[in-house]
Design a protein around this ligand. Structure first.
Ligand SMILES: Nc1ncnc2c1ncn2[C@@H]1O[C@H](COP(=O)(O)OP(=O)(O)OP(=O)(O)O)[C@@H](O)[C@H]1O
Length: 291
């Protein structure tokens, strides 16, 4: 019953959010050959080309997230998932609309603070401090973080600089540091994609735990299984717009039909499904992948 009450407490409210990137100097550097070429080729637009180009990454997105929810954010490449997360974390301004958050959102908490030239060990302290953990608490949780990350499974890597880690190892350490703290709102961008299966399982279990501690978790992933295993609600963004917001299975079915992922694994069993595949609009698929 207590959970029911908790689940009605809003933690993130996005109200008609637009996010626009402004890219400077899309015409090339002032004196560069590219700029000169641009002027020749696009005389009329020369001024425009030297100016600012806008990328409208998120369009009129509204949703309310509640305490205790784990919400998956899905969508094809370039659909605005990371952008929306950054805005919820307060790292990007919104052009129109508002984002309200209750508590401190952490975009995997420590990305910005970690330093490649420092050892994993040092980075655990740095990341912990950046998330506002007291030094004593970091010391207490240090070994758990190392064990969770699995960095030392194949040798004493935690005492080596982070630049010597593979991208998967670095992502695991980042997630492990971030997950050591109970967050009000934890925003996870693809962290689970880089780890191996056993790390993914540990991470998923930890996400479930974080939810129980009354936080809200957002998970961006292209791994549909991770989304299904971790989230009970999914927001589907496409070309910056919120296409669907609903229970995981409902949204995933539509999304997989859209991306064509609903590959018939066992044709014999798939017999009744062609009906669902047929209504997928062909144009949608065509416009879905800008990058
Ligand atoms: N720093 C930036 N400057 C300009 N445009 C950007 C910037 N970052 C992202 N974009 C653009 O914003 C749009 C949304 O990008 P975003 O990274 O949010 O998508 P995504 O759904 O997270 O993609 P992916 O699944 O490929 O990671 C894209 O068109 C992208 O080109």
């Amino acid at each position: 019953m207590a959970e029911n009450v908790n689940s009605r407490i809003p933690t993130v409210v996005a109200d008609g959010v637009d996010i626009v990137y402004r890219v400077n100097g899309t015409g090339g550097g002032r004196g560069s050959a590219t700029a000169a070429l641009n002027r020749i080729l696009r005389r009329k637009q020369a001024e425009k080309a030297a100016g600012v180009r806008k990328v409208h990454a998120v369009r009129n997105v509204s949703f309310v997230a509640y305490r205790g929810e784990a919400i998956g954010l899905i969508g094809t490449n370039g659909s605005g998932k990371s952008t929306l997360l950054k805005a919820v974390a307060g790292l990007l301004p919104v052009e129109n609309g508002h984002i309200y958050t209750d508590g401190q959102p952490s975009l995997l908490g420590v990305n910005a603070a970690l330093m490649n030239d420092l050892t994993g060990e040092r980075n655990i302290f740095l990341g912990g401090l950046a998330m506002g953990m007291p030094r004593e608490q970091i010391k207490e949780r240090y070994q758990d973080i190392v064990d969770f990350s699995g960095i030392n499974e194949k040798g004493d890597f935690i005492t080596l600089p982070m630049r010597t880690y593979s991208s998967g190892m670095a992502a695991r350490l980042r997630f492990s540091i971030a997950a050591a703290k109970d967050h009000d709102v934890l925003l996870i961008d693809e962290a689970l994609a880089t780890g191996d299966r056993s790390f993914q399982r540990r991470s998923e279990a930890r996400i479930r735990e974080l939810r129980r501690h009354a936080g809200t978790v957002f998970l961006v992933s292209h791994n549909n299984k991770s989304i299904r295993d971790t989230c009970e609600r999914v927001l589907w963004l496409e070309r910056g717009e919120l296409r669907m917001d609903g229970p995981t299975e409902e949204v995933m079915k539509e999304y997989e039909a859209f991306t064509g992922d609903k590959a018939p694994k066992k044709p014999a069993k798939a017999a009744p499904k062609p009906q669902q595949k047929a209504p997928v609009p062909a144009q949608d698929t065509k416009v879905a992948l800008p990058s």
